[in-house]
Ligand binder design. Structure first.
Ligand SMILES: [Zn+2]
Length: 58
């Protein structure tokens, strides 16, 4: 529909991600497995255990 799509420039940088909930720098994420039939993978902050990302698929 919209022919003038804005292209998003992606820049790679060596930064440490910060949790949006507790503002702590996180170098790893906790992956929550909700049952063996779970489709979604849920990633949590290791400090506050709040969800920072959800990935669907395997
Ligand atoms: Zn956090």
């Amino acid at each position: 529909m919209d022919k003038k799509r804005k292209k998003l420039k992606i820049e790679q940088a060596d930064i440490t991600p910060v949790c949006p909930h507790c503002d702590k720098e996180i170098e790893k994420l906790i992956e929550v497995s909700r049952g063996f039939m779970s489709i979604n993978r849920v990633f949590c902050c290791p400090y506050c255990h709040k969800i920072v990302g959800v990935s669907s698929g395997q």
